[in-house]
Design a protein around this ligand. Structure first.
Ligand code: MF3
Ligand code: CO
Ligand code: CO
Length: 255
């Protein structure tokens, strides 16, 4: 699969999809409280995306995924399936939303805490957030994907956390997961050279313990092998003539 360059018209559609995905996360935050189930969070997001936004939740039926969002709690790294599990005080949850609007995808995730998090959970989430932004700040024409991976990896490892290797960011557009793969580790001055009009995600998954992960028998849920905590943040980004435009900022960070 080739890396696609989006035309200005396609970029406009990516902007809309990205904004809608961010709006879903803005909406759901208030519902992340003790006693709510991940299935209820899924239902609220599904209703909002389909009913209010007139959009499509991309995960639903994607390669057989059964729900409209991913909910990954504590030691779940990614692709947690919403269900009957009730959230409790101290849980850390990543909610990952991808919407399709007018044929284009917007993909973003954030960490939320239920009540008061542990110091470690808070620190891990902060470093995941900071590392995502350090990766995003590398995005510009002429820069290379290895610069992104190295920026993320250096920051994560400086804090003695680890970068998950099996899952990565990706090109995104009319297809959910397009080329290229955006690794969250690597060497500067290596890999694909970025060009204006590319759209891709930066979405590092980082663990408090070892980097190793394991897939549960449900075929989707990815957990840390050592059961240590994991955290992730994700934005969809557009390479512009001068650098980067983040398409999935929340309403409080847009202007
Ligand atoms: N949103 C995830 C990503 O960031 C992919 C989820 S695929 C699903 O790429 F099928 F699990 F929903
Ligand atoms: Co993604
Ligand atoms: Co995502």
């Amino acid at each position: 699969m080739a890396v696609t360059i989006k035309t200005p018209e396609q970029q406009a559609k990516m902007r809309v999809a990205g904004r809608l995905a961010a709006d879903v996360l803005d909406m759901i935050g208030d519902y992340v409280i003790p006693g709510v189930t991940t299935g209820e969070l899924d239902r609220l997001c599904h209703e909002y995306i389909t009913g209010i936004q007139g959009a499509i939740p991309a995960p639903l039926n994607y390669r057989g995924f059964p729900k409209s969002i991913c909910t990954s709690v504590n030691h779940v790294v990614c692709h947690g399936i919403p269900g009957d599990k009730k959230l409790k005080n101290g849980d850390a949850i990543n909610i990952d939303v991808t919407v399709i609007k007018d044929g284009f995808h917007g993909d973003t995730s954030r960490m939320f805490f239920v009540g008061k998090p542990s110091i470690q959970a808070q620190r891990l989430s902060e470093i995941a957030f900071e590392s995502m932004w350090l990766g995003i700040q590398e995005l510009a024409p002429g820069k290379r994907l290895g610069d992104v991976g190295a920026a993320v990896q250096e920051n994560v490892e400086k804090h003695n956390f680890s970068v998950v290797r099996e899952y990565c960011g990706h090109g995104i557009g009319e297809i959910f997961h397009e080329d290229p793969q955006v690794l969250h580790y690597g060497k500067r001055d290596t890999g694909l050279e970025l060009r204006e009009g590319m759209t891709l995600t930066v979405e590092p998954m980082i663990n408090a313990g070892k980097a190793n992960v394991k897939l549960l028998p449900d075929g989707w849920t990815v957990v840390t092998k050592d059961h240590s905590l994991s955290a992730q943040w994700e934005h969809t980004c557009l390479i512009t003539s001068s650098g980067v435009e983040v398409l999935t900022l929340g309403a409080d960070s847009r202007r």
